[in-house]
Design a protein around this ligand. Structure first.
Ligand code: DC
Length: 283
């Protein structure tokens, strides 16, 4: 995908340094964000970067590789907007809610009580969760070696994900994974705490909100499109508001607007207008 090329070039000086006789063995093994480049230069991350085809293309002019954080409540359109922004700007996209949903899937499969902190701690210790990109540049979530991406977007897992996301072990386990993605630069992440906790130094932070009644109407449209049963508007709106409340009131990394995030209320906007507004912020 040609559009990912610009992401790589923001780090060209480092590539030259290594090609000029630098030794990769001197790079650290532990991931950490280099704030000058908004990227991790540990050896595994650097090897991945060097091994991707785009890193050796010299025909594309250097551009900045922004890290964009989009937070907000469920149903505000974050994933639609984040995916479209990433596609337009040639960035990668990570739906962080999918990670929490994957943990919820495992909790569900193993019959673990989401209130059982000890069981969740044990589950996190053995959890094998990785991210991969498919040929179209879309993120895939691999749980215990199996691609579970297409199983994650159910109401049951949304509710369970909201519950398990309040548990410290779960958040700690997923934080590193998200920060590693952010550290590679050139990425759009959407979630609840990206701008406040995961990537507080993101270049652009957006808090995408919308009226809960509008979000419920949109949800009805999505369900109808998928051919699934469509609950009454009032029921959906109540579900949405309950989840908002749970996500906003948890002690750790609650959903809230970062002080330096730009608030976009999408209630009266179509997705294209929101995408334009976010891209304008990137400059
Ligand atoms: O965005 P989503 O509906 O897929 O998220 C499912 C749940 O995961 C959400 O209710 C709260 C949790 N979550 C979170 O706590 N932090 C994130 N960055 C993303 C999601």
């Amino acid at each position: 995908m040609a559009s990912v090329y610009p992401i790589r070039f923001v780090h060209l000086p480092v590539v030259i340094w290594l090609q000029d006789g630098g030794d990769r063995a001197c790079l650290p093994l532990v991931c950490s964000l280099d704030s000058r480049y908004n990227r991790c230069f540990c050896r595994p991350c650097f090897e991945r970067f060097m091994n991707s085809p785009a890193s050796t293309d010299s025909s594309t002019p250097p551009v900045s590789a922004p890290v964009i954080a989009i937070d907000g409540p469920s149903g505000a359109g974050k994933s639609t907007v984040a995916r479209a922004v990433a596609a337009r700007l040639g960035l990668l996209y990570l739906d962080t809610g999918a990670l929490y949903r994957a943990v919820a899937l495992k909790v569900d499969r193993e019959g673990i009580d989401p209130d059982d902190d000890n069981a969740l701690e044990r589950l996190c210790e053995t959890l094998s969760l990785t991210l991969q990109q498919d040929a179209n540049g879309h993120g895939r979530v691999i749980l215990d070696g199996v691609d579970v991406t297409d199983l994650l977007r159910t109401q049951r897992l949304a509710t369970l994900a909201s519950l398990v996301s309040a548990v410290p072990w779960v958040r700690a386990r997923l934080l590193n994974l998200q920060q590693q993605m952010g550290a590679r630069g050139g990425v759009v992440l959407d979630g609840r705490d990206i701008g406040t906790v995961v990537l507080p130094n993101a270049d652009v932070k957006v808090y995408l909100d919308a009226d809960s009644a509008v979000r419920a109407v949109r949800r009805q449209g999505e369900l109808a499109e998928k051919g699934e049963p469509v609950p009454e508007l009032a029921i959906l709106q109540a579900q949405i508001e309950r989840r908002d409340e749970a996500d906003k009131s948890r002690t750790i990394a609650p959903l809230k607007q970062a002080a330096d995030a730009v608030l976009i209320d999408s209630s009266q906007m179509d997705p294209q207008q929101v995408v334009d507004a976010v891209c304008d912020l990137v400059g």
